[in-house]
Design a protein around this ligand. Structure first.
Ligand SMILES: *[C@@H]1O[C@H](CO)[C@@H](O)[C@H](O)[C@H]1NC(C)=O
Length: 248
């Protein structure tokens, strides 16, 4: 025969169990723009480019080259310049995770809190423009040294695929964090992950290739959208030059 106190205890436990919040199921949202429109040409050997990027780690980029991948600064990532002075292209590259940036006109994207209605060079739409982010402390000196420009082309290798993006925003937080892409880029890279304004890709397995001073045509900073076809055209052209220079 259970005592009264045992019964009360059981009742309390049952109440706690019933009132515990059910875990929210994060749902995937389909990208607004078809990722194929900014994906690299299928003729490229993406695994070979990825392996080459990971192995090209002899020369750190000039200036501050090392940045935290999280605000807790529990892991650092180095920007390399082994490919800065190739014959036909100038590329900085690094490996990092992918946080999601919804600043710009889509600043109230699902999960985003306290977004900024502007991006570094205008007010882009995070669900319509694939972009990547660089730390301010990296961009400013390279820009001064004429090695990088705002909106520069990037080739982002994620999840076995390669997508083109522009350098659309910069990170000026404390610490300045590396490894970030727009909502559209995140959705393109990780279609099976519930990417949102507060949910990114945590593994540091994304290769970011930044092509210095190569800005796609069709970017007007008064518009929240860009010419995606022009981005892809420049991307395929520049990656072809990179692959040639690296003899891949
Ligand atoms: C540099 O790349 C080589 C080849 O992938 C790897 O074995 C080595 O650990 C890397 N070094 C650093 C510091 O990342």
């Amino acid at each position: 025969m259970p005592t009264t106190s045992t019964l009360v205890f059981a009742l309390v436990l049952a109440t706690i169990a019933l009132s515990a919040p059910t875990p929210t199921r994060r749902s995937k949202t389909a990208p607004k723009i078809d990722p194929k429109t900014f994906a690299a040409d299928s003729s490229f050997d993406v695994p070979a480019i990825y392996a080459a990027a990971k192995a090209a780690n002899k020369t750190k980029a000039p200036g501050i080259s090392t940045y935290a991948t999280t605000y807790q600064a529990d892991h650092m990532s180095v920007i390399y310049a082994d490919w800065q002075h190739l014959k036909h292209v100038s590329v900085f590259h690094f490996m990092a995770d992918m946080d999601i940036d919804c600043d710009g006109t889509d600043y109230d994207c699902a999960g985003n809190s306290g977004g900024d209605p502007e991006t570094r060079f205008g007010a882009l739409d995070a669900s319509s423009v694939p972009w990547y982010v660089l730390p301010e402390k990296f961009f400013e000196p390279q820009n001064k040294a004429k090695a990088l420009k705002g909106n520069d082309l990037g080739a982002i290798i994620c999840n076995g695929k390669m997508f083109y993006a522009i350098f659309g925003d910069s990170n000026g937080a404390t610490p300045q964090v590396i490894g970030e892409g727009s909502l559209l880029l995140g959705q393109a890279c990780f279609p099976d992950e519930p990417i949102s304004g507060n949910y990114g890709h945590g593994q540091r397995d994304v290769a970011y290739l930044v092509f210095g001073n190569k800005v796609p045509t069709g970017i007007n900073m008064k518009s929240p959208k860009i010419d995606i076809a022009a981005l892809k055209e420049l991307g395929d052209q520049q990656v072809k030059l990179l692959v040639g220079d690296l003899k891949l």
